[in-house]
Write a protein that binds this ligand. Structure first.
Ligand code: GLY
Ligand code: MN
Ligand code: MN
Length: 458
């Protein structure tokens, strides 16, 4: 929790306000209500979500905080993103949700939802009358307008109360500290509704555009001493322009950096003979994220050994995707990916025996995960509902096998060392299998080469 700051939240060098200025600031403002009829996106879906949660905890007070601001340094905070469970239950996804709390109060057979928020501050010179022009954290003239209580009620369809009225209330189950509530909130979000799938498709489509931007920018990036950073910047520009930003830190890993699963330092130079592993996702304004990886030859053409590794990872991904269907065990697609990789490594003479788990020296991580509001979505779901569960229509997940052949691995022939390949796509489970959401990006080595060629010539 952040400390409760003094009000207004000002910094040491801010000048004091004279009584004359305070009086002057308290008058002469025209009314500026929000337009009638504005609702948060997906507002019609949130009552049913809250009802599902309510049914799981009859008679118990449930507390779902948006989360708190975190200080970056001195009077500067990190950009705020509300907790995914709060977003899912309220539809509120903005930076202005810091500190807000959704409470489900037991009410007869179910619960009544109440949103405790910091409403727009008044400009009347009263107790909070200076906040709008002096408060660096919450002031309208510093960070933008917030809705008042009535407006927030209309936006969300939820009764709203002032945050100051929350503290005296009795405790309840708090999603930030109660493992069971946190697990249920993850499990309820596992199956995406039609609107959520559309949000995820939008995230994927913006991500596709970001990958196109990156390929077009490769000549500039190759010329820069920190080409990986250039690529990160190009992708992140698209993410910020089209959505809320990236759903996770962009991984722009060239050469042997691609053997580091989450290489986000991105401070390397690009070399034409190397591969670039780009793992990146745009997060929409509604906070749904894509998670896509392509491994691209920086010259535009795979070398024979790069293509050998790439083709094995692609074959693994094809096998994983073919295993996706409702009713399949969640682990089936991972096992299908691994079988292909392990047999391929045995064919290359890298592994003596494709059975067992020795292949993990070269694959390092699982072959996918659920995707949604979080990149590693629903991570608090219990094993029976997720890892040991079965796939169902509306699950959205990644399939992302990879091979990470470390540059200093003496078990490998020298020509394979320092090659890292991951191919990651996003899929939604349908009645008859799975729909590839990220199919607009090429996957085969030939298709990658011709796509890059067309973009770089164009
Ligand atoms: N970008 C992180 C992952 O692929 O899971
Ligand atoms: Mn992933
Ligand atoms: Mn990824």
């Amino acid at each position: 929790m952040t400390e409760t700051p003094a009000r207004p939240y000002t910094a040491g060098h801010d000048l004091p306000v004279s009584p004359e200025l305070a009086a002057f600031m308290a008058e002469g403002w025209a009314p500026s209500p929000l337009p009638d009829g504005t609702r948060v996106p997906g507002a019609d879906l949130t009552p049913a979500r809250r009802a599902r949660l309510s049914a799981r905890f009859p008679g118990e007070r449930l507390i779902v905080p948006a989360g708190e601001l975190r200080v970056r340094s001195n009077d500067c905070d990190h950009r705020f993103r509300p907790h995914s469970a709060y977003v899912w239950l309220t539809g509120l996804a903005g930076e202005d949700q810091a500190g807000h709390v959704l409470v489900l109060e037991p009410d007869g057979a179910g619960h009544e939802a109440v949103l405790y928020i910091r409403p727009r501050s008044p400009r009347d010179g009263g107790e909070r009358g200076e906040e709008f022009y002096r408060d660096r954290r919450y002031g309208e003239f510093w960070v933008g307008r917030r809705p008042d209580l009535a407006e927030a009620g209309r936006l969300t369809g939820i009764r709203c109360a002032h945050l100051d009225r929350l503290a005296p209330l009795p405790p309840g189950r708090d999603a930030a500290t109660d493992p069971e509530l946190a697990s249920v909130l993850s499990e309820l979000r596992l199956i995406k509704d039609v609107w959520e799938v559309a949000q995820l498709q939008a995230a994927v489509d913006h991500t596709t555009a970001g990958f196109v931007d990156v390929v077009r920018a490769l000549p500039r990036a190759l010329a820069h001493r920190r080409g990986e950073r250039w690529i990160e910047g190009v992708f992140d520009l698209r993410a910020r322009a089209e959505g809320n930003g990236t759903g996770y830190e962009t991984i722009a890993a060239s050469g042997a950096h691609a053997c580091v699963l989450h290489w986000t330092r991105n401070d390397g130079r690009l070399h034409r003979d190397d591969l670039l592993l780009l793992d990146a996702g745009v997060e929409t304004d509604t906070l749904y994220t894509a998670d896509i990886t392509r491994t691209l030859p920086l010259s535009g053409r795979f070398s024979p050994v790069q293509r050998q590794v790439y083709d094995l990872v692609l074959a693994a991904q094809e096998a994983g995707i073919a295993a996706l269907r409702p009713g399949a065990a969640y682990g089936d697609f991972h096992r299908a990916c691994v079988r292909v990789i392990a047999e391929g490594l045995a064919d290359w003479g890298v592994l003596k025996n494709p059975r067992g788990d020795l292949h993990r020296r070269y694959t390092l991580c699982n072959s996918g995960h659920m995707l949604g509001l979080d990149v590693h979505d629903c991570a608090r779901a219990r094993a029976a509902e997720y890892r040991d569960g079965t796939l169902a229509v509306g699950h959205v997940l990644t399939v992302e096998p990879g091979l990470y052949l470390q540059p200093d691995d003496e078990t490998l022939p020298p020509e394979l060392r320092g090659i890292g390949v991951r191919i990651e796509d996003d899929l939604v489970i349908t009645e008859d299998g799975a729909r590839l959401m990220s199919g607009a990006l090429p996957r085969t080595a030939d298709a990658v080469e011709s796509w890059m060629g067309a973009l770089l010539d164009g």
